[in-house]
Design a protein around this ligand. Structure first.
Ligand SMILES: Nc1nc2c(ncn2[C@@H]2O[C@H](COP(=O)(O)OP(=O)(O)OP(=O)(O)O)[C@@H](O)[C@H]2O)c(=O)[nH]1
Ligand SMILES: [Mg+2]
Length: 307
């Protein structure tokens, strides 16, 4: 009996789809477009995503577990190495790998650094040329041909994750190509990340949007406390770690103006996410070597590179 039921269940499909590419090509934007809700943070800065985050989407009988990955670049610091290792691990564990390329940047050095190792990964692969809203159509064809000459892609898509152009085609193709099998998550679940982590990511997004130059890369955010209050509101305490007192001053801003603005923006988005009023308390702490502290890596969801 059980077997008959599981045979019926395999009318469904379910699989892991990793989105990989250079930093800033629009991986997180595409995850959000495919899920239909914002689950991954996005910014105009490179290296926004730090660790794997799964967004979950349904298309017909298929459940797509979309794995957002950190951008792949030449790593320098320990944190960079952990992020790049994490991105490739996401690709290796997936049923399908999608490589995103920025239509405007084309096959630059960073895209080449992804194409090389990708040629050796055994899974079915798709090429997704993103940001087509920024370029003229003829240029796209040459780009797609050059990439296909390097790696055997099963399919090529031209999309704009920002406007949604072409996203439905990607979703349909993924649904048809993930393996048959039962769904891994309940139908209404859109991510597997815990709320505490998503809330920390939202605050980190506001840091990326507000702070300039190196500062976002020198900081990390952790949710320390999450308390549901009587009456339905949530009280959240988060710590922003920076490396220097001078950085702490910049995050606080004149008379606390910057941290106040970051807190207000984060609070609004976190409240939208939990659908409840939120009291958000942000603390800024100096931890000179947080980027060499295994504890912080656990918070981010990264493996700590030993050297
Ligand atoms: N014009 C245009 N901009 C886009 C498109 N997709 C993404 N962007 C923008 O590109 C920037 C980077 O987007 P992300 O989704 O954060 O890129 P990412 O690949 O996840 O970046 P990392 O996490 O840093 O590797 C943001 O400013 C997006 O709004 C698109 O189709 N068209
Ligand atoms: Mg990202």
């Amino acid at each position: 009996m059980d077997e008959i039921q599981s045979a019926a269940a395999s009318a469904t499909r379910c699989g892991f789809v990793a989105l990989i590419g250079a930093p800033n090509v629009g991986k997180s934007t595409l995850i959000n477009a495919l899920v239909g809700t914002k689950v991954a943070i996005v910014s105009h800065k490179v290296q926004t995503t730090r660790a794997l985050l799964r967004g979950i989407a349904i298309e017909g009988d298929a459940q797509l577990i979309l794995v957002d990955t950190p951008g792949i670049f030449a790593p320098k610091r320990r944190l960079d190495r952990a992020m790049v290792t994490n991105a490739w691990a996401g690709a290796h564990d997936a049923d399908i790998v999608c490589m995103l390329v920025d239509a405007k940047r084309g096959l630059d050095e960073e895209a080449e650094a992804v194409l090389g190792p990708l040629a050796d990964t055994p899974q079915p692969k798709a090429l997704i040329v993103n940001k087509v809203d920024l370029v003229d159509k003829p240029a796209l064809l040459a780009l797609a041909q050059a990439a296909n000459a390097r790696v055997k892609f099963a399919e090529t898509f031209m999309i704009s994750a920002l406007t949604g152009d072409g996203v439905a085609d990607v979703k349909r193709w993924l649904a048809a190509n993930v393996p048959a099998g039962p769904w891994h998550y309940p139908e209404d679940q859109i991510t597997d990340a815990p709320l505490r982590q998503l809330a920390a990511e939202i605050t980190r997004e506001k840091l990326y949007l507000r702070l300039h130059q190196e500062l976002p890369y020198r900081s990390t955010v952790e949710t320390e406390q999450w308390k549901e209050l009587k009456g339905g509101a949530v009280r959240i305490e988060q710590t922003i770690y920076v490396e220097r007192e001078s950085q702490r001053k910049i995050v606080l801003g004149k008379g606390g103006a910057t941290i106040k603005a970051i807190g207000a923006e984060a609070r609004r988005d976190i409240a939208d996410m939990v659908e409840a009023p939120v009291h958000l308390f942000l603390f800024v702490k100096v931890r000179e070597r947080w980027a060499d502290d295994p504890e912080r890596y656990r918070g981010i969801g990264l493996e700590f590179p030993k050297d």
